[in-house]
Ligand binder design. Sequence first.
Ligand code: PLP
Length: 354
Amino acid sequence: MELQIIKSTNLKKKPDIDSLGFGKYFTDHMFIMEYDTGIGWHDAKIVEYGPISLEPTALIFHYGQETFEGLKAYKNNEGKITLFRPKENFERMNRSNERMCMPKIDVDFVHDALVKLLEIEKDWIPEQPGTSLYIRPVMFATEPALGVKISDKYYFIIILSPVGSYYKEGLAPTSIYVEDFYVRASKGGTGEAKCSGNYASGLKPYELAKEKGFAQVLFLDAEDKKYIEEVGTSNAFFVIGDTIVTSPLGGTILPGMTRNSIITIAKDKGYKVEERLVSIDEIMQAGRDNELKEAFATGTAAVISPIGSLTFKDETITINDNKIGAISQELYDTLTGIQMGSIADKYGWVEYLN
Ligand SMILES: *Cc1c(COP(=O)(O)O)cnc(C)c1O
């Protein structure tokens, strides 16, 4: 398939670096391609960023076939444009697509299209420490129809957004509410797919936790309301004694790239890492016994977000005096060091554009 490039003649003024925040500004161009059953993907192009037009009957609006991804491009310490494990994001998207009965994308083709898009938009990649160009691939059903069916038409789009540093004042720990009524995903559901429905169902518990003054929600498993699943839209890690513990990928949890990278780095550094079921009772008891040394959440946007306290029913435990722990900081420094080029990338995770 050919990639057509139609450059915008209407370039925007770049936003002030201090006003970036997350996902508020979008670059001049986007990548878009279309799919039709029987034809496959076609009309791949890089065009001016802007509105798209869909029928009110487009199946995405009614039955929600949608998947997405999130990754980043940044300038490393030497000014090289860097991507982190980008093909694995597209491979994960294909696994999400499989679950949502959506067509696969050609990983190499969309990767190369992303690289072309980034080359065009390279002046949009902010340079200050912690800032990046957030990359959002998204795919959705566009066939106009009201019958419940698998769509025969889709769009796949990549948009780019310059984002500010997540941690203007360092890695600030968050207060977490352990949700014991609402669930994020159940066995056999769509928990391991990165799809919009999972996010829609998480908004209500998040809103209720926010009203109570908490920064995020920790979800428990749907069956027993007993085992840790995820923190908001991030994977959860706990340091119990000298062991790093995280929930296993059993179908209800999103297989985070950051989760995988952190597990790999931690094992390499000689830490004991266990991927196993971990109950909220075990965590609260470890907290009471002073054995819960650290806790943190992982995801592309923040990399590592320390957890300062957990509130379950009427009990709150404070973790490491509400400060980031030494292991969390070490893992954060190592992963971001590899990304920024100050630590050798022995895993082959980092990809350079220039
Ligand atoms: C995207 C996401 C994560 C984090 O995945 P990364 O690949 O590390 O960014 C974790 N949980 C959910 C529900 C997600 O959607």
